[in-house]
Design a protein. Structure first.
Length: 200
């Protein structure tokens, strides 16, 4: 990702109508977004209303796939246990990060393989699935193409971020979500969105 000193216009998409169906909004959420013009404004309103989970869903769907997967990796790294030997989950995150750096079909499929190996039960695995679902086919390379739906990467990233926020003590969730959203906004404007590892 770009360094924090090379800020650009926000990468949050302007097509709010495309994102809205995936936010699972209740009446309070719909009211908060009444008259919103774009995703950046919607994000601000959801945060102000305290709808942090919905705000993370918005980011997951509004960011371009590469940035969204990078964000999921940053969030999972923030809440991962420190000092442990490399795990299947860590390998899934590393595979997703490698796809962010080099968006080849080989790296995309390698990310999915690591997600499968880890059992799909972690934030890291779903970050890797998000990378896989960004491509042009979910089928094996030799088979006819089966394109993923355009919102699939956003679903995987939203799931990854939710799992990262819920890992460990529940009392940390809201603070984590606020940190995650700050990271997302940094990524959206060209930063790396890095989060320090959370103390055990």
């Amino acid at each position: 990702m770009a360094s924090p000193t090379t800020k650009t216009a926000s990468k949050l998409g302007d097509d709010l109508a495309r994102v809205l169906p995936h936010l699972q909004l209740d009446e309070q959420g719909r009211s908060a977004l009444a008259g919103c013009r774009n995703a950046a404004e919607a994000l601000q309103r959801l945060e102000q209303a305290g709808l942090l989970v919905e705000a993370t869903r918005l980011v997951a769907h509004a960011l371009p796939a590469r940035e969204a997967v990078w964000w999921a990796c940053a969030c999972s790294r923030h809440t991962a246990a420190s000092g442990a030997a490399p795990s299947m989950e860590a390998k899934a995150r590393e595979a997703a990060e490698e796809w962010v750096r080099r968006q080849t079909d080989e790296h995309r499929r390698a990310a999915m393989k690591e997600a499968e190996t880890s059992g799909f039960g972690s934030p890291e695995a779903w970050a890797a699935v998000g990378a896989f679902w960004s491509g042009d086919s979910m089928a094996p390379p030799e088979a006819p193409k089966v394109p993923p739906q355009p919102h699939f990467t956003g679903l995987a990233v939203a799931g990854s971020v939710a799992l990262a926020a819920a890992r460990g003590p529940a009392v940390r969730r809201d603070d984590r979500l606020m940190r995650f959203l700050a990271s997302a906004k940094d990524i959206a404007t060209g930063g790396a969105g890095r989060l320090e590892a959370e103390p055990d």
